[in-house]
Every structure is written in structure tokens, then in C-alpha cells.
Ligand binder design. Structure first.
Ligand SMILES: [Zn+2]
Ligand SMILES: [Zn+2]
Length: 244
């Protein structure tokens, strides 16, 4: 046996273990959280597990144990880094309309970017992320004020290769949108941006939520075109976000 073969032979098991470890990490180990299940005025506590098989909630006391395979999950709503809701296709009891949802408050850990990606992949459906998942790649940023019915909140719009992020300190106001979560963009106006998202709006039946931003810095036409092309899926890979 020559020297080269010998060292590869010795390394092989180590490499195998490393690769196995990496692929398990990428596939996603189950996520376990101690949670509070919120229902009306009361709540119960248990464990929420998000794994390859789906989402389970185990609670010994109130018999609220549930298990959903991913196709039974209509939408996951990440309400903050500590709170999420699972919207099912079940009808809501004693209500005119609406799908039944289950709200959980995390008592330990937090909702990470990797869990967000995992849920996106597993459900294969758009989800609502009221969290700003900042990306490491190149971004373009604009200070902005998000307009509410009354007043607004202050934050930063971050445009990346994958989508648009709005980061603010206001509770439930941050967002992460993939370009596929955005339906349209308002007409070019360097100091105003309207994003029509796939998030359903409580105020318009079957309506889509519009997000209106006053831009504190001028948006250049190139960025507008970049957004338009990505939202309407006409992007060209060579047209990077960093190009001004
Ligand atoms: Zn419960
Ligand atoms: Zn806001």
C-alpha cells in the first residue's frame, strides 16, 4: 500500500462521519420547544415538535394533543421570534367563517432563520414571517416609515437576492418576504413604495395586504426595476442586487 492510499483509507471513515453529520444538520433535526398553547382567556403548556413528519403538540393535562402532517397545514404564521400560529383547514367552531388556527408562545428557544427555511420547504406554501431574517449576501437598504391606518412605524427596508425584509423594533411589524410572497409593487415613486403581499388582510375579505412605505432616502430607478423584475419573475441572474 502506498502512502497516499493509506492516508485516504484512514480519512475515509472520518469524512463519512463528517458528511453524515452535515447532511443530518441540513435535513434538519427535529425542533423541540416548550410552549404555551393560547386559547381564549386560558392556555395550556406542552411541547411543540417540528420534524420531517410534521408538527406535533403534546400536552398531558388538557388533552390538546395535536398532530399535523405538513399538507394539513394551510399556513404557518411566525408572529415574532417567540410566537407562531398554525392555520389549519378545519373550520373554526362557533364562528361565521375562518379557518381554525392554533397559537403557540415559545417558553424557550426562538424561531430561527433555519426553522423558517425548513417550514418553507416542508409546507411548500408561503408563510407569514413577522420577523426580519437578515441575510448575509449583498443587500440594498433604505430607511423607511411604514404607514399604518394611524401613524406608522420606523424601520429599514432591506432588499436582497431572495426578497424584501422590513426591520423595525415595533412588535409584529417586521417582515421577511420572498419575491414569491409579493404580488405587485406600486408605480415608480422615488419616495414611496407600495408592496402588495400575499398576506391576507383582515380588513378586506379575501384581500391582500398592502404595505405602504414613505422612503426617507430616494429609491433609484435601477432598484425599482430590479424589484419589478423579481416580483414578476423576469429577473436575469446576472442582474445582481448590488448593481446600482
Ligand atoms: Zn391547549
Ligand atoms: Zn408598521
Amino acid at each position: 500500500m502506498n502512502k497516499t492510499n493509506h492516508s485516504i483509507g484512514t480519512l475515509a471513515p472520518v469524512l463519512f462521519v463528517l458528511l453524515a453529520f452535515c447532511s443530518t444538520a441540513m435535513l434538519g433535526q427535529p425542533y423541540h420547544f416548550a410552549v404555551k398553547h393560547a386559547h381564549g382567556w386560558r392556555s395550556c403548556q406542552g411541547e411543540l415538535t417540528i420534524s420531517q413528519e410534521g408538527i406535533t403538540y403534546q400536552d398531558s393535562k388538557e388533552k390538546h394533543d395535536r398532530k399535523w402532517v405538513f399538507k394539513e397545514v394551510q399556513q404557518v404564521r411566525l408572529l415574532s421570534s417567540k410566537e407562531l400560529a398554525i392555520v389549519t383547514y378545519e373550520d373554526q367552531r362557533l364562528k361565521w367563517s375562518g379557518d381554525r388556527s392554533f397559537r403557540f408562545i415559545l417558553l424557550d428557544g426562538e424561531i430561527t432563520n433555519s426553522l423558517y427555511r425548513f417550514l418553507l420547504e416542508k409546507t411548500g406554501k408561503p408563510l407569514v414571517a413577522k420577523i426580519a431574517f437578515i441575510e448575509t449576501g449583498p443587500t440594498y437598504q433604505l430607511s423607511a416609515k411604514h404607514l399604518h391606518r394611524w401613524g406608522g412605524c420606523q424601520g429599514t427596508l432591506i432588499f436582497s437576492e431572495n426578497g424584501v425584509i422590513y426591520q423595525t423594533d415595533d412588535k409584529e411589524e417586521s417582515r421577511t418576504w420572498l419575491y414569491s410572497d409579493l404580488e405587485s409593487i406600486g408605480p415608480m415613486n422615488p419616495f414611496h413604495l407600495r408592496l402588495t403581499t400575499n398576506e391576507t388582510s383582515r380588513f378586506h375579505y379575501g384581500g391582500r395586504a398592502d404595505f405602504n412605505f414613505v422612503l426617507k432616502e430616494k429609491m433609484n430607478e435601477k432598484l425599482y426595476e430590479y424589484l419589478w423584475r423579481h416580483i414578476h419573475k423576469m429577473e436575469s441572474p446576472s442582474n445582481g442586487i448590488s448593481s446600482k
